[in-house]
Design a protein around this ligand. Structure first.
Ligand code: HEM
Length: 241
């Protein structure tokens, strides 16, 4: 971040400022800091990896993303590299839809475990007590026909766009990739902005293609974060026109 700009807050200034509050000790601040880095690094890496895999294997989607960028911001001047701003990327509705599809089909945190602090009855009628582990799968929910319909396994950014060309509002209890309720992700809006800035910059200037024969190897790793087991092998070339 730019230390001279009054529009940005440096992370170290944030920590210095925060220490002025008596209740925040150094250990708590360290844990806050670690939490932000841990929460926002591999999750974003996961989305970017699956995004480029899905977009490269759906050329029609890639064409529509580029068409939208050009429609909103005019023809790309490839000699004059431009990074879109936070406000700019809010105008990219189709790209937003594509990202929601990536997050639905490949949620970076594929499953969660929760434990009630006391006995309760879930809305489903299940009785739980403080020894019950409740495991739920965001991955499974994102691919559930009951929730998303017959085309649940298709990568279809259009499902997020309404007839007026705006974003369809989907409640977070349905689009669960950032969790919902009290423990919802604090970095949700920031993630969309960050990913849109990065993907639009790369797509405008580079063509990303999957290395031949690598497609068969693309599979998720069995881990806390849904990374690609063998990584994503791509060939990157500069877009000419
Ligand atoms: C696409 C990227 C991301 C996804 C899919 C994601 C997903 C999630 C999920 C599922 C949770 C809930 C965990 C739980 O139930 O305990 C969570 C929590 C959280 N996330 Fe994210 N996250 C993303 C990016 C980020 C970023 C960039 C930040 C901040 C830099 C961030 C900060 C947090 C924090 C602080 C929490 C804890 C909230 C709380 O427990 O009160 N996340 N995230």
């Amino acid at each position: 971040m730019d230390a001279n700009s009054d529009k940005t807050i440096r992370f170290d200034s944030f920590l210095a400022e925060a220490t002025r509050y008596e209740s925040l000790d150094a250990k708590l601040l360290r844990d806050y800091g670690f939490n932000f880095f841990a929460a926002g690094r591999d999750t974003i890496a996961s989305v970017l990896t699956w995004f480029f895999w899905l977009v490269a294997s759906h050329p029609a989607v890639e064409a529509k993303i580029l068409e939208e960028i050009e429609k909103v911001f005019g023809a790309v001047d490839r000699g004059n590299y431009k990074i879109l701003s936070t406000e700019d990327v809010k105008k990219l509705v189709y790209l937003h839809g594509a990202l929601c599809e990536v997050l639905r089909l490949f949620p970076p945190i594929p499953m969660e475990r929760k434990k009630p602090i006391k006995a309760d009855i879930l809305p489903s009628g299940h009785v739980v007590d403080s020894n019950t582990n409740i495991v739920f799968s965001f991955y499974g929910m994102g691919r559930s026909e009951e929730i998303w319909g017959k085309d649940c396994l298709e990568f279809k950014p259009e499902r997020w766009i309404n007839e007026k060309g705006g974003i369809v509002h989907v409640p977070s209890y349905k689009f669960i990739s950032f969790n919902a309720g009290a423990r919802t992700c604090l970095g949700k809006d920031m993630s969309f902005i960050q990913i849109k800035i990065v993907t639009s910059a790369i797509l405008q200037n580079y063509r990303v293609r999957i290395v031949k024969d690598h497609s068969d190897e693309v599979t998720p790793s069995l881990s806390i974060i849904l990374l690609m087991k063998h990584g994503l092998k791509v060939k990157i070339t500069k877009r000419q026109v």
